[in-house]
Design a protein around this ligand. Structure first.
Ligand code: C2G
Length: 129
């Protein structure tokens, strides 16, 4: 059983997120998603349109996602990797190199980001509509 983990805000859910989650799951058998809490979004300087519960509800309907845990801090990843016996940590390529420190605990893979779609682009479209 290959256990995979990834983290994110997943606000205004879109096909870039789906591509990431699908490929992450394809690299293993079980996918845990560390979903950024509203508090942690503030820490990240991100204001999400949907709150944690709404974003969690959406992720729960995604067939690639097996478990959702709250992401409250930058520092929790090592603890999560140990707690959930994670074999592979996956993030989109916009994070390339940022989490190489985790290679001491599990494999680390950065997958190509999906071009031309982002939560902020969707916000812009919403605001213009
Ligand atoms: N992503 C992607 N393609 C896009 C948009 C996002 O592959 N067009 C990926 C990101 O690279 C990330 C995941 O989808 O791996 C979630 O993206 P965000 O919700 O923007 O997450 P982020 O704010 O980058 O938070 O500790 C890690 C952070 O919580 C990551």
């Amino acid at each position: 059983m290959i256990r995979v983990i990834t983290y994110g805000t997943f606000d205004l859910f879109h096909y870039g997120h789906i591509n990431l989650l699908r490929r992450a799951k394809e690299l293993g058998d079980h996918l845990t998603v560390g979903l950024s809490t509203d508090h942690f979004n503030k820490v990240k300087g991100k204001l999400s349109h949907f709150n944690y519960e709404e974003r969690k509800q959406l992720l729960e309907s995604i067939k690639y996602v097996d478990r959702i845990i709250p992401e409250n801090s930058w520092e929790q990843k090592i603890e999560d990797i140990k707690k959930y016996q994670i074999d592979l940590f996956v993030m989109g390529s916009d994070w390339s190199g940022k989490f190489d420190i985790l290679e001491k605990y599990c494999k680390v893979r950065y997958l190509p980001r999906t071009n031309d779609i982002s939560s902020s682009l969707l916000k812009e479209i919403f605001n213009k509509a």
